[in-house]
Design a binder for this molecule. Structure first.
Ligand code: SF4
Length: 218
């Protein structure tokens, strides 16, 4: 079976396993999602949700971030890690939103990438959830699972994104990314993938090799 066919089969199996997918970050508007996604770098969604519960009560608009006292903002996001950079980026991002976008989160990849602290992963999260523009979101789970499944040989997230875009129908890009994250948490963990109970096994490069090496039958 060629790689494109395997990718489509994996897409179908994961769709059956995780029919309802969503971002596990808590948010109520585009600005909150933009902020939460930036804070999630090198952190966990659980930790970010704890922090944003208070943060979003205090900072409600882009102007609130733009006018924030940097030292205070650093303390407010401290427990998500890399707080110097995250606070600096949030403040600069707030300034750009106020000055160039009337305080609103823009809806194109080009505009989002011009915001401080926003890379393709964050931009694709926002575009997918808020503007319904499909995009492949490559976080650590998605990158790891894509390599295990034999859908890419690349480590660089941008290269992984390009490979998955070539293999999958555009309408499924965002949901497939979320499903990889769900599957990574539920069955295909970094340390101990449960190939023996995994329905994606017939189409997964690692699962196939694992089966022929160990002789397990799912
Ligand atoms: S077969 Fe194994 S490596 Fe492949 S997705 Fe399933 S658990 Fe992960």
């Amino acid at each position: 079976m060629d790689k494109r066919m395997r990718a489509r089969k994996l897409n179908a199996v994961l769709k059956e396993m995780y029919p309802g997918v969503f971002s596990t970050l808590d948010f109520e508007n585009p600005l909150q999602l933009l902020v939460a996604t930036q804070l999630a770098a090198q952190s966990t969604d659980v930790q970010v949700n704890i922090v944003t519960r208070e943060l979003f009560k205090k900072y409600k608009t882009a102007r609130d971030y733009a006018e924030a006292d940097l030292a205070v903002l650093e303390q407010d996001v401290h427990s998500t890690g890399f707080y110097h950079n995250k606070a600096k980026n949030l403040k600069q991002c707030g300034i750009r939103l106020v000055c160039e976008h009337n305080g609103e989160v823009p809806g194109t990849m080009e505009e989002l990438l011009e915001l401080p602290g926003v890379g393709r992963k964050t931009a694709n999260v926002v575009l997918g959830a808020v503007f319904h523009v499909p995009g492949i979101i490559v976080d650590t789970h998605a990158g790891r699972l894509s390599r295990r499944m034999g859908l890419t040989g690349h480590e660089d997230p941008g290269d992984v994104e390009q490979d998955l875009m070539r293999l999958l129908p555009k309408r499924d890009w965002t949901d497939f990314s979320h499903r990889l994250v769900f599957h990574g948490r539920a069955i295909c963990s970094a340390r101990k993938p449960r190939c023996d109970i995994c329905r994606a096994w017939p189409y997964c490069a690692y699962g196939q090799k694992n089966a022929s090496d160990t002789g397990f039958t799912p």
